[in-house]
Write a protein that binds this ligand. Sequence first.
Ligand code: X2X
Length: 370
Amino acid sequence: MTMLRFVLCCMITLCLTACSPSDEAEKSETTQQKTNQVAEQVVEQTKAPSDQAKDYKDEYKMSVVVGPKLPWGAGATHFSDLVRERTDGRINIKVYTSSSLMAGKQTNEFLLHRQGVADFCFASTINWSTTIKTLNLFNLPFFFPDYKALDAVTQGEVGQEIMDELQKKGVSVLAWGENGFRAITNSKRAIKTPADIEGMKIRVVGTPVFIETMKALGANPVNMNWGDAQIAFQQGVVDGQENPVVAIEIPIKIWQFHQYATIWRYAVDPLMLTVNNKIMASFSAEDQEIIKQAAIEAAEQQRATVRKGLIEPDLSAYETLRENGMEVTVLDQATREQFRAKTGEVYKNWVPKIGEDIVKKAEEAIKASR
Ligand code: X2X
């Protein structure tokens, strides 16, 4: 760039001085100023846009596990649209939905993100928890009682610690979105007490905490990628599954397969909108700011969308399930405790792996949120 500027300056100086009288100081000063201005303009024109975006790729890849129509996939598209608009097309993020960047294997997402197969992700803590042990905090059975508790953790010191850890591992969390509290549905019978789930074949993501939790409850967990799960529900390969109501169960019309839903809040699933650190560093400071802001806006909107109808006094999401023929059981705190008591071993087993310290901080934050 410096060389180009120098050559252009010389050429323009030569041209302009050849046309102007050289013996008048004032005139030559004006000429010099003009020379500089013209040179600057030429350099600017040469520079934009190819040099500004010199190191930018034509396309960046963003990974999402679910389809584009679900609020999670739509949130990713919203982010990509905001970035494209606000950078005048300099940064073009293509959203690869339905785990297409990882051949369906959703628990591989973090590794592929770190390696740069995905530049951006709108990712679930569950899917990354097989690689980042701390994220199992959100999988701990019956740990988070409600949204207040969850927000106290993600938006507070614990959330910051998780972001710092990921940062060190090569990935920046730009914003927290949400899949949500997971509710269980099945085709056999209403789950109202721990005894009701015994013997049921339940599809879960391939994360050990879920498998252990289901086993502790006497159910039979089946580890399956989301890409295969809906066909399995349709064919009755499994009796049930667990996923968030607004984010997943309503959009996929879970009532086509299952008649019973239990709102038990046994695990929660925050989403993280992330970028690979090397990719982020390749953007100009201005573009980095645009990306951060777009992530915050898109994630906030996505989070609000998936909470709608799930918080008192608006429980319309449960009504939607009922209107579609489902029997919905909402567990009270005492019954939740009975389920939790049966999974005590899972908690004991996982706290040291997650980190005693961070679990304690989360427990304190939850207590303070009461
Ligand atoms: O696989 C699931 O159940 C899903 C879609 O919720 C996740 O990716 C964690």
